[in-house]
Ligand binder design. Sequence first.
Ligand code: ATP
Ligand code: ZN
Ligand code: ZN
Length: 593
Amino acid sequence: MATPIESRVDLAALPKEERLARMRHSAAHVLAEAMLELFPDAELGIGPPIDTGFYYDFRLPRSLTPEDLAWLENRMRESVARKLPFQMASISRDEALERWKNQPFKLDLLRDLEDGAITQCTHGSFTDLCKGGHVNHTGEIGAFKLTSVAGAYWRGSEKNPQLQRVYGALFETEEELDEYQRQLEEARRRDHRRIGKELKIFELFDETGPGHVVWLPNGATIRRELQRWMEDLELDRGYRHVVTPNVSKRQLYVKSGHWDHFHDAMYPVMEREGEEYVLRPMNCPSHIMVFASELHSYREFPIRIAEFGNMHRWEKSGQVTGMSRVRIMTLNDAHIFCTGPEMVEAEVEGVLQLMEHAYGVLGLQNYRYRLSLGDPDDKEKYVDNPEMWEKGEALLRRVLDRLGLDYFPAKGEAAFYGPKIDVQFMTAQGKEETLATIQVDFHFPRQFGLEYIGEDGSRRQPIIVHRGIISTMERMVALLIEEYEGNFPLWLAPTQAVVIPIADRHHAYARDVAAALRAHRLRVEVDDRNERMNAKIRDAQLMKVPYMLIVGDREAEARAVSLRVRGEGDHGSVPLGAVVERLRSERDGRVLG
Ligand code: ATP
Ligand code: ZN
Ligand code: ZN
């Protein structure tokens, strides 16, 4: 006999999170009820709430179609309209075994449950094995939509049968559901993986391996422009660029502490001629070698060493994503060696100014500052030296406070060697990612016994500021693709202009036009394919080329072009000289498109 359990809840009195969790889980019950009508032999898995809705896993006689989802959703709405109460009850193990004797996954779940702790939930004619957490009746489940079906293994293990997981989105109101769907659509539209492929920016091949990005010519162009620009900004600010090796002896990373604290994220050791080598996961030790290559006097400080340095990190498979989280990456890296805390503060401030300037040019606004702190209890992840952590944290706080920047602290987000200021950017995918990072480090100088000659002639230990401004090339370009939706500003656009001859007899003039632009290092192509003009215009639009210069008889005669501007349309006939000038000044002014 099932013994009813009183489970009425005052939904309005619950925190929103819990109320939503109940609505979402209840909706999963209603979905399972509908599924049993569609497939009476469906085998039921589990149906928990998730961040944006719910899912339920099923083993079914065939794959679900979009029509099935529509049918199920309608059937669910009928159940909602009937306001069926959810009734919890406690049942004995024997009753449970009898009730779900044809449901192998339920039997599997029952194996983990003690007699006396088994409960079920009934609404209408459907009963599920369930530990609770519902709304009062089906009329209270809120605004929902079945969104997708994906494969999922029972209990998440590949050794178990594969099930079909039906996902639903669920929010309290229709407005919230609409807003969520709008965001989802926007994220899909901006997804850098899709746009990156369409615009031939990058590829990921099975043969090269996950997280190992292949930059195609268009992507390499964007990257080169970013790098040249940033290197010039750095040169203006007293940085000196170096080039250091991707591979070093393992011992270097034992000395730095990477081997102890960062080992899991490193590629495995390579052995040759009795030596062990590793791919570097960070550039710091390489730059420390540069610093230590001569004995410096206090007069030379600050010493700013920069490199677009490659790093190799064995990021977990589940986390590797497109170009935004990869395994081989190039960081806009620099290490600033300072004599003391005042110099560190001044340099951190300078780095923040450079960052704000750079992000201003790129049009990035959606960021906030995170003070990333260590965790004194986590001795495995962080160097154990409480005094050092306190000094670093105080230093960074002083700079942030002096500049009046809003920031939020985050425990357990520091580098293993010291605290950092991370610039957190909200992406089009609705995820927060670190772009720029600024770190204070008392650890490496001590590990490597770094010294300089102080004002009084004595040997002193420097402090290192680690910094990346435009993050890794991979993450930044992923983000820019999403920010711009592929409409790169002129200075970054892989192809800045396409010349489109109307007929074959205009090819010669088209090449003249291209040459006039190329003389100013503008990236221009002539579309001399044997295609109709409209097809050429459409293709250039699909590739999001900023300028189209169409040339026919009249244009050739007047040394002009018929100008089409991305996002603006037709500008009519414009003299060639004026077009060259327009593109040149727009590029050099780095105006956002
Ligand atoms: P995260 O917390 O994102 O893993 P981290 O704290 O390990 O980064 P750092 O060692 O400070 O990062 O690396 C410098 C910068 O390089 C980060 O701020 C981030 O912008 C970028 N970055 C780090 N890991 C990756 C990656 N796997 N793919 C692309 N960019 C990355
Ligand atoms: Zn339930
Ligand atoms: Zn570093």
